[in-house]
Write a protein that binds this ligand. Structure first.
Ligand SMILES: [Mn+2]
Length: 398
């Protein structure tokens, strides 16, 4: 087999196993702390979000699930399950991770499961348990948890007490999970809290997840780190401990910018994928990791940005799949530093796009999903249907 044929085979195999979940909120109008910029084609209803996600899956073939936000997508709770099931049939995308929302209601002003207010803690726990039940009813595997809990000023919060309250609620949620279900714990260093955040980094998430139980894992949102932090090392450590549950993919330049994946630093995403492939090669185990997108497309067209993200993820995943692991391991063992680095970069520099086009063709998918979307007429159709309503939406910050 030629070198090229070997590489192509690795890429085709990798792409067959690569799936990435779309966020329902990525199709809706979003904004900054200062205001929303409204797009005429943005989705506002759950039907529209399913429709847009279905379109991205139809064109890319690798996005069979949509992450749902309980308060935004299932505001009436269990009563909404039938509708979600019907939409799933109609648009051929299944419900994916279930995201509880314990940060939006007024009662959570001083936190949710970490709040000093017992009523707030109880309300948060109720919502978490209800979310686990919804996940079961929708055959969703993962309940994906992000807490905005924290404080803004030194001395104002009992950090250790809040940690205890977290442990108590997370244990109760763990009890409610069905076998095979997971709860994923996301961390974030700051925002909305600006002094302390209860789950601020991967160490805190890992410690809580380990205490909570075997079905609790850590979720790495690529935008939730301080500048300069080595995310791929965090990934390598979590993999080694079987504690990596999944990713929220996005890119950033400054803070939690929620920019499209790989737009600022594609090499970093490649390095993360590389750690996963290297782990699998070395251990012979399959990393059980959920790849999810968590982005906010304020200025770009939402469906275009989503397609761009998916194709970028495929490219970087394919590049990481063709690293020559045996050669890399040998270079590392003899401290051949330049050769090891060149070996890694060789894969990153390879143009994998022809192989990805072959893969798409062989699966009856468009070779250029973005171009196919632009020619499909879908955007014009939804713009016509949604623009009047969207123009009337509220966009002000205060
Ligand atoms: Mn996230």
């Amino acid at each position: 087999m030629t070198e090229r044929a070997k590489t192509d085979e690795l890429i085709l195999g990798a792409l067959d196993s690569f799936r990435i979940e779309l966020p329902s909120w990525g199709f809706a109008n979003t904004g900054t702390r200062f205001g929303k910029f409204l797009q005429p084609a943005a989705a506002a209803t759950i039907d529209e979000k399913f429709s847009d996600a279905g379109e991205v899956h139809r064109l890319t073939g690798v996005c069979p699930t949509i992450a749902l936000h309980v308060l935004w997508d299932l505001p009436e709770g269990a009563a909404g399950v039938r509708n979600i099931r019907a939409l799933s049939e109609m648009f051929r995308v299944r419900p994916g991770s279930i995201n509880p929302n314990v940060f939006q209601d007024q009662i959570y002003k001083h936190g949710s499961v970490g709040s000093p207010d017992a009523a707030a803690r109880a309300a948060a726990l109720r919502h978490l348990l209800e979310s686990a039940d919804l996940a079961k009813q929708l055959d969703s595997r993962d309940v994906s948890l992000w807490f905005a809990d924290g404080s803004n000023y030194p001395g104002t919060a009992n950090i250790r007490q809040r940690r205890k309250w977290f442990e108590e609620s997370l244990a109760k949620l763990h009890e409610r999970l069905a076998p095979g279900q997971r709860m994923l714990l996301e961390y974030k260093p700051f925002e909305p809290a600006f002094y302390h955040t209860d789950i601020a980094d991967w160490g805190m998430a890992l410690s809580l997840a380990k205490k909570t139980g075997p079905q609790a894992k850590v979720l790495v949102d690529t935008g939730h780190h301080y500048q300069g932090q080595n995310i791929e090392q965090i990934v390598a450590w979590l993999l080694a401990d079987d504690m990596l549950g999944g990713f929220h993919f996005n890119d950033r330049r400054y803070a939690d910018d929620d920019l499209t994946l790989g737009s600022i630093d594609p090499y970093q995403i490649f390095r993360i994928f590389h750690e996963i492939f290297y782990f699998e090669w070395e251990t012979g185990k399959r990393a059980d990791v959920a790849y999810m997108i968590d982005q906010s497309h304020n200025l770009k067209g939402k469906i275009e940005a989503m397609i761009q993200t998916v194709t970028t993820a495929q490219e970087l995943y394919a590049k990481a799949a063709i690293v020559d692991h045996a050669k890399l391991a040998a270079c590392q063992a003899k401290c051949a530093l330049v050769d090891a680095e060149v070996c890694l970069k060789e894969a990153f520099s390879t143009d994998v796009r022809p192989a990805i086009r072959d893969w798409a063709r062989s699966h009856g998918l468009p070779e250029d999903p973005l171009d196919a979307f632009r020619k499909s007429g879908y955007l014009e159709r939804i713009t016509e249907l949604r623009s009047k309503r969207n123009a009337a939406a509220v966009s002000s910050y205060a």
